[in-house]
Design a protein around this ligand. Sequence first.
Ligand SMILES: [Zn+2]
Length: 371
Amino acid sequence: MKWILFLGALIGLSFCGREKFFGDQVFRINVRNGDEISKLSQLVNSDNFKLDVWKAPSTFSRLVDVLVPSVSLQPVKSFLKSQGLEYSVTIGDLQALLDHEDEEMQHNEGQERSGNNFNYGAYHSLEAIYHEMDSIAGDFPDLASRVKIGHSFENRSMYVLKFGTAEGGRRPAVWLNAGIHSREWISVATAIWTARKIASDYGKDPTITSILEKMDIFLLPVANPDGYVYTQSQNRLWRKTRSIYPRSRCVGTDPNRNWNASFAGEGASDNPCSEIYHGPHANSEVEVKSVVDFIQEHGNFKCFIDLHSYSQLLMYPYGYTVKKAPDADELDKVARRAAKALASLSGTTYQVGPTCTTVCRACRPLGAVLS
Ligand SMILES: [Zn+2]
């Protein structure tokens, strides 16, 4: 009995240590023109209000979602009113929503323990996701295997699921990436669902069967494991890695600004405390380097798809320049077909375009952190 109480106290303590968002709200602000975007950027870039842009405007939508801490509610409302900016409140109390999410996760964990099944409609711990990757490999031993590609800054293993129908060799391959921004849990959930779907549809669905006859698929569901664990134990809204550098006063790098592609260019920050900090040098993050090393060593990857949230956008290169990619026409055609196929199944409309012109140019003045 004592042990149970002690354990209870420990759990209680760990929840107390979590960052809380009591009374914080999310505003949806309608920016109708460049003038309104620059007014909003004044507000967002002011250190006084500690705003966080959750959804930037794109060429398809002029709506901006911004997290407003409870202490900033009154001044932000006054500013928006004085500037004539239209807004509505989409989340009235962020902490209430997060508490609800927590309860759902705990309830689901209990259900899974008693039923010994993995609920693809729920969020999971890192451990549960790794366990499910093992189960998929175990259920489809001729098709799937779990491969360790490296480890995180805090020394957690990084696993991919490899799907392939032929032994050995370096077949042309596709990389599916998720969870590089740790708070984007739905991308992790989507990836693990996709993994099960690939495995169970092989030999039944002609499209996935024909892809796997010719190519291998590598799927990394949690590209930022330290961040993911941190979002579940300390701060639900943590986005970056958990790396620490000697002369830096803030923790973490945006791993999606750490690739060796236009490193430290526009759309990234050299401030270690920024949500879009690019890190001390390209590939400084061991999580990023593990992916890069694996892909380079393999040498025959044809495609890299990264899942983020939230928006309904299907974007293709480039992300760092408005210049057209050499195969932009083909990419656009493929993306439009994918969006059409998706809409035919779920009715969800995805907008299609190159990353830079679709979202980044519009969101830069807001210092937004969408992708
Ligand atoms: Zn992201």
